[in-house]
Design a protein around this ligand. Structure first.
Ligand code: UT7
Length: 328
């Protein structure tokens, strides 16, 4: 086999969505918007919103348990937990430590990664590095968010766009003596950030600046423009790193911000829309949770199969962006 040596292998995935669904029509009763505007501009039809007692940690734990079940493993098999989130339960300690305690597998490292909508890609790359270099054996990598708690529900330009949820994967170190050794795994990852774009998408509060949690603020049109350019660029880089052509990709598993961004990015790469996993219509933008939620849905409904070549990609506040090529 030519090309890069595969890294961490995907053993299982899981998700968690709060049961409460809020439709566009329900939002239109409270703010000056309409189902027609939201669907036409974003593709979003509904979102899940966390209720009393549901937090980022509870959703993350639920998704982690589902991923462990899917991988036929128990918490005792896990020695690394990374949670990607911009909406942690507490400023500290990390939500990952709450998940670790809830699962009952204390001892190994557990920490959060803050890269907003790209957080799952950043967490995946971090886990892959630790697993490749012997820092851990089996990892839970989770994207979990409760963005409903940082939205300004009177700002129609942002509050209609986001939802809550969590997705998780179990990864295993390469080199372990399991089936399909040498074939499956993470083939290439690229991460980027451009701090000059801070003010286009940010939260206007924080412990060290305002001593408040703050609300999400976004200049949507400008973010949109950057997203298409940055994503096309990083996807090209990862393909080149792995020595793979766009035609060889079986499935694109993108961050779900806006159906129009998904379409424009796929078009730029020459990938047909049928190969793009779409959940934005039902989940809206769940930030760091959106890629693992989409991945889990497509694995469970049988679209993504063992051996398929997957392109995961995301872009978000910071700006941060990244992509990962993975053989399932
Ligand atoms: O996950 C992190 C990355 N985030 C993103 O990638 C988001 C990227 N941006 C977007 O998805 C789009 O820019 C939006 C969906 C946020 C907005 O779509 P747009 O086509 O860029 O619309 P716009 O912001 O240019 O607004 C067009 C009009 C404005 O009215 P005027 O100024 O033309 O009279 C807005 O006030 O639509 C108005 N508008 C709304 N109307 C009804 C904005 N929000 C709403 C709304 N309902 N909820």
């Amino acid at each position: 086999m030519t090309g890069p040596t595969p890294g961490a292998r995907l053993l299982g995935s899981g998700s968690a969505l709060p049961p409460r669904v809020v439709t566009n029509a329900e939002l239109a009763e409270k703010i000056d918007t309409s189902d027609e505007w939201i669907v036409a501009r974003t593709g979003i039809r509904q979102r899940h919103i966390a209720g009393d007692g549901e937090t980022t940690a509870t959703l993350a734990t639920q998704a982690a348990r589902a991923a462990l079940d899917d991988a036929d493993l128990t918490p005792a098999d896990i020695d690394l937990i990374i949670v990607a989130t911009a909406t942690p339960d507490n400023t500290f300690p990390a939500t990952a430590t709450k998940v670790q305690h809830a699962l009952g597998c204390n001892g190994g490292p557990a920490f959060d990664v803050a890269a907003v909508c790209s957080g799952f890609l950043y967490a995946l790359a971090t886990a892959d590095s630790l697993l490749r270099t012997g820092g851990a054996t089996r990892a839970l990598v989770i994207g979990a968010e409760t963005f409903s708690r940082i939205l300004d529900w009177e700002d129609r330009t942002t509050c209609v766009l986001f939802g809550d949820g969590a997705g998780a994967v179990v990864l295993e170190a390469p080199g372990l003596d399991t089936a399909r050794k040498g074939e499956a795994g993470i083939l290439a990852t690229r991460l980027h950030a451009d701090g000059a774009q801070h003010d286009l998408l940010y939260v206007d509060g924080g412990p060290s600046s305002t001593q408040t949690v703050g609300h999400l603020r976004m200049k949507g049109r400008e973010v949109f423009r950057h997203a298409v350019v940055n994503l096309a660029g990083v996807l090209g880089e990862v393909l080149e790193d792995a020595g793979v052509s766009a035609e060889e990709i079986d499935w694109v598993v993108p961050h779900q911000a806006n159906a129009r961004i998904l379409d424009a990015t796929a078009k730029k790469l020459g990938i047909p829309p049928e190969k793009v996993i779409v959940t934005v219509d039902r989940h809206a933008n769940t930030s760091a949770a959106s890629v693992p939620l989409a991945l889990d849905e497509a694995r469970r409904d049988g679209r993504i199969k063992a051996g398929d070549l997957l392109m995961l990609e995301a872009m978000g506040g910071g700006f941060t962006w990244g992509a990962c090529l993975l053989r399932a």
